[in-house]
Structures are given as C-alpha cells and as structure tokens.
Design a protein around this ligand. Structure first.
Ligand code: 2GW
Ligand code: MN
Length: 298
C-alpha cells in the first residue's frame, strides 16, 4: 500500500527557488494544527508533483452515484471530469446506477475507463446518498483495492471548472465545505444529538467537511466508508436520523481520524451560495439543471 510520506524523487531540481522569508499566501490557513497541508491554488507546484506521481505510475478511481432522477447530472459530470480530472493519469470511473442503459456514452481519453456497476434504487435509506457508504466499502474490499491506488468519491451534481490533479492525492483527504469558512465551530452543522453515532460535542471539531468530495488510498477509503455505514446502521436501528445524512458520519470520522491532506473550498464551491472565485475547481451549484429540486425527488 502506498504511503503519502514516501520520499519524493525527481530528476532535476530546477523548478523554483524557495525563499524561507516569503510565504506563499498570508491570508489563509495553509496547514492544519496536526501539520498536514490545506491545498489552495498557489501553494503547490504541479510540475514537481507530476514527476513524483508519474514515476509511481498511479491509477486513480473516481466513484460516483447516479441513481433515479440524479442520472441527468452524469453527462456534465463526465464531460467536465474528462477535461479537468486527473488529466494525464490512468483512471477508472466507477459509476453506480440503477439504469446502466441510460449512462451517457462519452468519448474517454487514452488510459481512462468506465466501469458501470448496477445497483438497486429501492434502498430503504433515510436518504439515498447514504447508500453510497455501504456500496463503496463493499466494492473497495472486493474490487477497487485490486484495480486502483487511490479512490476519490464525488457527488454527481457537480461540475469541474478547473484542473483537479494529483495535488489532491494522499492517504486520506477531505474537502472544506465552502458554507462554513470563517464560522465558529459551535455553529458547524455537526450532528448534535448525543445518542447519535455521528454526535460531535460543541467544544470539539476542526473543520466542516463536505460529503461531496473525499478520498484517499483504497484502504483508507474502505475504513472510512465502513465506519460510516456501520454507524448509520446503529442509528437506523434506534430510529435516529442524522442532521446531514452521510455527511454527518463523514465529519465524525474525519474528526477522530485526521486526514493527511485537506482540500480548500476551491475544490467544492457552490455558486448558488457564493460568487464563483477565479480558482474554483468544482462547483456544486445546481442551477445548471433548474428543473430538478430536492423536493421533487422525495
Ligand atoms: C435522493 C433523495 C434525496 C437526496 C439525494 C438523493 C439521491 C442521491 C438520488 O436520488 N440519486 C443519487 O444518485 N444520489 C447520489 O447521492 C448522487 O451522487 C448525489 O450527488 C449524492 C448526494 O446527494 P445530493 O447531491 O442530492 O446531496 P446534496 O447536494 O444536498 O449534498 C450534500 O449532502 C448530502 C447528504 O444530505 C451528501 O452528504 C452530499 O455528499 C453532500 O454534498
Ligand atoms: Mn450534491
């Protein structure tokens, strides 16, 4: 299993000159208190990272669910991922869907493959998005572990705007939810019901992570999704519904299993909430498909 702490070997050191007295940026947090990077545009040199990751010849999996009505988002998701996600690397899309015949046929670039995994849509979950944790943990153990080095999990109702590449890769990464930047942690949308497996006390918490984009080595994603699935099952047995479904359990896991990289909110903006910044790499704003609303899906 690959480790993010591996020594970086490159052919020549001509990339840029570091100046110890000039920080990259001073107006944002670029490192967590447990000393892992918070990835913002301008804090990394992608050419240098390419040398490192191309030497390791990594394969990346991108798992996405497109069940029922949300299948309509898949086309834009795939088209923009082909343009911006992990360009130049071997990768596999793992598409979980209840309608394999309706998956849009997109011309994929060299070294990229699509794997369609049929699943049932009848799941008895509080929210269909929760079903992902069980499916991803099972498939990680049975299949993904043999096929890819890293696994990235994403919502389908997103659009890529800019390059998202190997700078995100690490044993375990989470992405900061743009809606909570600058907020105090006691106002984060963590699960506050003490009986819930997702409970986080008001005086705890690092960040509020989005459920729309996370990943890591297959082994670490397996552990995370397994935990979330099991915690959900315990709560379901006690008829406890969490605040934000799978996202609440994800936040619980990442609080006690610190990620080895944290992605800035540039990686999952929401232009319905906030104006799109120059460096936005992905966007969860749904106005691209106005007709679909959460209400109409229930
Ligand atoms: C069905 C009923 C209610 C909500 C979602 C669904 C549903 C989700 C569905 O009918 N079909 C489907 O494929 N999904 C998948 O789950 C799809 O990949 C979708 O992007 C993902 C998350 O659901 P979504 O996008 O509706 O949730 P959001 O955008 O409100 O997202 C946040 O909160 C969620 C939990 O409520 C998740 O944590 C999500 O990751 C967050 O971004
Ligand atoms: Mn979404």
């Amino acid at each position: 299993q690959m480790n993010h702490m591996q020594v970086v070997t490159v052919s020549r050191i001509v990339h840029y000159e570091l100046n110890m007295l000039t920080p990259f940026k001073y107006d944002i947090l670029v490192e967590t208190p447990w000393m892992v990077p918070i990835v913002w545009e301008g804090t990394f040199n992608i050419e240098l990272l390419h040398e490192h990751f191309q030497l390791r010849n990594v394969t990346i999996g991108l798992a996405v669910f497109a069940i029922k009505e949300l299948l309509i988002f898949l086309k834009l998701f795939l088209e923009t991922a082909e343009e911006y996600f992990m360009e130049g690397y071997r990768m596999k899309y793992y598409i979980f869907t209840d309608k394999p015949e309706s998956v849009p046929l997109i011309q994929l670039k060299r070294g990229r493959q699509m794997v369609i995994l049929e699943i049932q849509s009848h799941a008895h979950w509080q929210n269909l998005s929760m079903y992902r944790m069980e499916r991803i943990s099972t498939f990680s153990r049975l299949r993904f572990i043999r096929e890819v080095d890293y696994l990235v999990c994403a919502d389908v109702d997103i659009k890529f705007w800019n390059h998202v590449n190997v700078e995100i890769l690490s044993s375990l990464f989470g992405t900061l939810h743009p809606g909570f930047i600058g907020h105090r942690r006691d106002s984060y949308d963590y699960e506050r019901l003490p009986q819930s497996q997702a409970h986080i006390p008001v005086n705890e918490g690092d960040f509020y992570y989005t459920g729309a984009f996370f990943g890591g080595s297959v082994l670490e994603v397996y552990k995370l999704t397994k935990f979330c699935h099991q915690a959900m099952m315990v709560d379901q047995a006690h008829n406890i519904k969490s605040m934000w479904h799978d996202e609440s359990y994800l936040n619980k896991y990442l609080l006690y299993h610190k990620p080895t990289k944290v992605l800035s909110p540039e990686y999952m903006w929401d232009k319905n909430l906030l104006k799109l910044p120059v460096f936005a790499k992905m966007d969860a704003g749904r106005e691209l498909v106005q007709k679909i609303t959460k209400q109409s899906l229930k």
